[in-house]
Design a protein. Structure first.
Length: 70
């Protein structure tokens, strides 16, 4: 039987995988928007959303791998 910590880590890793996929989706969407010539403001908003996702991934990774330097 998995301990609570193992279960929690598995859930966090799953969340990271989902967020990474979402991050890739935003990346593809942004590239497509640039190619078709969408206005810069829309592209900028998408880039901000992508950055928020990257920050969320980093925070979850920090929960899995706590900083050694305290």
């Amino acid at each position: 039987m998995k301990s609570m910590a193992d279960q929690e880590q598995a859930e966090l890793r799953l969340a990271i995988a989902r967020l990474r996929q979402e991050h890739e989706d935003y990346d593809a969407a942004i590239n497509a928007m640039i190619q078709v010539g969408c206005d810069a403001l829309r592209v900028q908003r998408m880039k901000k959303k992508k950055l928020v996702i990257k920050d969320r991934i980093s925070k979850i990774e920090d929960q899995i791998i706590p900083d050694i330097i305290a």
